[in-house]
Design a protein around this ligand. Structure first.
Ligand code: HGY
Ligand code: MN
Ligand code: MN
Length: 428
């Protein structure tokens, strides 16, 4: 064990802050899929991967990748990574911390002979901020690509297809990013918790049991635009008042669904609303809003959506409004593999932290997509007050220090259990 050094952790944080420079916005951090800032971040991260002794490339879906061979060339790879894209006005660590920590661990292990190749990846689009559908980079790696996605448009009307071409990628070759299950041993991701539970236990590290399944919708409440002065209330079909009732009912139903601190309960959020025609003196004729719905298991999530959709339709009808729902994204809940979770727990234990907290991740991660083709495991690091998707996102240097030690030890533990498994399965 090379053991933690605060300079390693300090370098990790410095690199996360270096990546803040590649932003579409002069003041806050915003780096989205297939933009110039994404290309810049890919280039810098590829340089760090090369410094750690990896061969690097950008795959056919825009993910930046690195690889070093194991004890012999061509072995299946343990893949470490996270994402380099952000939400608007983001913090510096959601995604980037996991990519930079993976590079630091690869650096520490560069002269250690492993029973597998070690691959690193900086995924190109975990958030879905630009085109609305998330996990585009990791879904391509998982071999799950829908042709409909090419027509997705960003807020400037640019299609995903055009964005690929502008980035220098050939849309016809996106399938070349797909990895086959036999090429991978598993996928490990270090990530900030993006919630308050590790801080509440006053512990720096935890592990993920399962990642919440998510569905995203565009909801529309349709009424009729009319004169704000001359129209009596009895004749109004005010889409914004209807949407306001819908939004509070969504929260009421989700909160009543159970204690999200445990494995039951759903979490629902309306993050965006657009009102037409949007004039001060016109009764809104239409309101379009986003819905983000999650739960620890898909059955609970889908049952909640069925109840919610019926209830929202009834509420809108009672006001003479039309309710429409269009699904934009769906990712199944992804359980972590016991053998990789054991390795993560062993890694945490190697830092002296015993009996770590296992959490169902309320946040989505690229690991959800990777679970389609390989086993996954996740290491969580405490983040200040659970803040994320906000510039106040913060981690402690000492937490990154123990996080690096735990991540390195988890890779070593994975190697040990993988080698033992190979030995058991090899002919006598
Ligand atoms: O939305 C999420 O949970 C993730 O941060 N993309
Ligand atoms: Mn995020
Ligand atoms: Mn993330």
């Amino acid at each position: 064990m090379s053991g933690g050094t605060s300079s390693d952790a300090a370098l990790v944080l410095d690199r996360c802050h270096e990546l803040d420079r590649y932003s579409a916005h002069p003041v806050h951090l915003e780096r989205t899929h297939l933009t110039r800032q994404h290309a810049q971040a890919n280039e810098v991260v590829a340089g760090w991967m090369a410094d750690a002794g990896l061969r690097t490339w950008v795959d056919a879906a825009g993910n930046v990748c690195g690889r070093r061979e194991g004890r012999e060339p061509g072995l299946p790879a343990l893949l470490l990574g996270s994402h380099l894209d952000t939400v608007p006005d983001a913090g510096s660590y959601d995604g980037m911390l996991g990519v930079v920590m993976a590079i630091a661990v690869a650096q520490r292990l560069h002269d250690v002979e492993l029973p597998f190749a070690l691959e690193l990846i900086g995924f190109s689009d975990e958030e879905g901020s630009r085109f609305g559908t998330a996990l585009l980079g990791s879904q391509a790696v998982a071999g799950h690509w829908l042709e409909d996605w090419w027509d997705l448009r960003d807020r400037d009307g640019v299609t995903l297809h055009q964005a690929f071409l502008d980035f220098g990628l050939d849309p016809r070759r996106v399938h070349e990013a797909a990895r086959q299950p036999h090429e991978l041993v598993g996928y490990l991701e270090a990530h900030i918790e993006q919630g308050p539970y590790l801080e509440a236990r006053d512990e720096p590290l935890g592990y993920v049991t399962t990642i919440a399944g998510a569905r995203r919708f565009r909801l529309s409440v349709v009424g009729e635009a009319r004169h704000a002065g001359g129209t009596p209330y009895a004749r109004r079909r005010d889409a914004l008042v209807g949407a306001a009732e819908v939004i509070t009912e969504i929260e009421r139903m989700a909160r009543a669904s159970g204690d999200a601190d445990e494995h039951d309960g759903c979490i629902a959020t309306v993050g965006r609303i657009e009102v037409q025609p949007g004039a001060v003196n016109v009764i809104p004729g239409r309101a379009d809003l986003s819905l983000d719905l999650r739960a620890a298991n898909d059955e609970a999530r889908d049952a909640m959506w069925a109840r919610m959709e019926r209830r929202l339709e009834e509420m809108c009808e009672a006001r003479g409004l039309r309710f429409e729902a269009q699904e934009r994204h769906r990712a199944p809940a992804a359980p972590c593999a016991p053998w990789l979770t054991d390795a993560v727990v062993a890694g945490i234990g190697s830092t002296g932290q015993q009996d770590p907290l296992g959490l169902w991740s309320r946040a989505g991660h690229d690991a959800m997509a990777m679970a389609r083709i390989t086993d996954i495991g996740m290491l969580f690091l405490r983040c200040h007050d659970g803040i994320s998707h906000h510039p106040d996102e913060a981690v402690l240097l000492e937490d990154v220090e123990v996080g690096l030690d735990a991540f390195e030890a988890a890779v070593r533990a994975t190697a040990a259990s993988y080698a033992a498994r190979e030995l058991r399965s090899s002919p006598a």
